[in-house]
Design a protein around this ligand. Structure first.
Ligand SMILES: C[S@@+](CC[C@H](N)C(=O)[O-])C[C@H]1O[C@@H](n2cnc3c(N)ncnc32)[C@H](O)[C@@H]1O
Length: 272
């Protein structure tokens, strides 16, 4: 996006998604993976480089460190023990491939709306052949999308700002999941807790019950866990809990409020 378009974008009342997903790999993703991630962390792990300790719930990386967000994802898989895991917006596929490497008994799959992102994923992880598919999580729900015990996103919903798309995406994620949805996202880019609570109250989620928890990885990353059944984890009641200690971005918080305000909720639960 040119500087002029960026300035124009920031002053608009209605937003688009942060990137042009059709050209995203070429525009920035591949470069960011190489320069921002792979210079500091090991992005691709093979069997034996990662271990999960069930007594602490922690994942240890042997050799180079892994990104804290990836550590959180891997630790949640170890703790929740799903049989099937699906990543929405899997991009280059490193996270879901590493889930498969650490937990070979878990059936993994991934979806992304960008064909070139999926091509990159197959280049980086030929073992994912047959497990990836085109999926736009803001489309009407598809019964062909692979159901999984745990569905997660990492740095996906935070970039979705077109109309009410992020609400649709959240509802679809829950509908696709048997038990859990994990969101590993920048918590200032949406009012995730407020929006999910509105959707729960408005009856927009497939599950009869949806419990919101804050989860934290041993590397310090925070995420939101939506669970169908109650769990003994810190309950999330407000976005402030997630944002505690994080330097506030006035621009992002303003946009989050505007995104939330586009949600329309009615037909409250009848008193019973
Ligand atoms: C910042 S990248 C993150 C990729 C990957 N999760 C990672 O952490 O490396 C965002 C990804 O979300 C995908 N994406 C964006 N909007 C989407 C949508 N509506 N449905 C599915 N995937 C989407 C993009 O194509 C891109 O691959």
């Amino acid at each position: 996006m040119s500087v002029f378009r960026q300035l124009f974008y920031k002053n608009r009342k209605y937003y688009d998604d942060d990137f042009d997903w059709d050209n995203y790999t070429q525009d920035s993703y591949h470069r960011r993976l190489q320069k921002d991630v792979e210079t500091e962390y090991r992005a691709i792990s093979t069997e034996g480089q990662l271990t999960f300790d069930a007594s602490t719930g922690h994942v240890t990386s042997h050799g180079a460190p892994i990104h804290p967000n990836q550590q959180l994802i891997l630790e949640m898989v170890g703790q929740l023990q799903p049989e099937t895991v699906h990543e929405v917006g899997c991009g280059g596929g490193d996270h879901i491939a590493n889930v498969g490497a650490l937990y070979p008994q878990v059936m993994v799959s991934g979806g992304d709306r960008g064909a070139t992102q999926l091509e990159l994923a197959l280049q980086r992880h030929p073992e994912l052949q047959g497990r990836l598919g085109l999926q736009d999580i803001t489309m009407p729900f598809s019964h062909r999308w692979p159901k999984a015990d745990l569905i997660y996103t990492q740095a996906v919903i935070m970039h979705i700002h077109t109309a009410v798309s992020h609400f649709v995406a959240l509802a679809n994620l829950v509908r696709q999941a048997n038990k859990y949805v994990l969101l590993v996202e920048n918590q200032q880019c949406h009012n995730f807790v407020r929006d999910l609570q509105s959707m729960i109250d408005g009856g927009h989620l497939e599950w009869e019950e949806a419990n919101l928890y804050m989860v934290e990885g041993s590397g310090g990353a925070r995420g939101i866990l939506i669970s169908r059944a109650p769990l003994e984890l810190p309950v999330l009641r407000s976005d402030l809990q997630l944002r505690e200690g994080v330097r506030a971005s006035a621009r992002r918080l303003k946009r989050s409020d505007e995104d939330s305000a586009r949600g329309l909720f009615g037909f409250g639960k009848a008193a019973g």
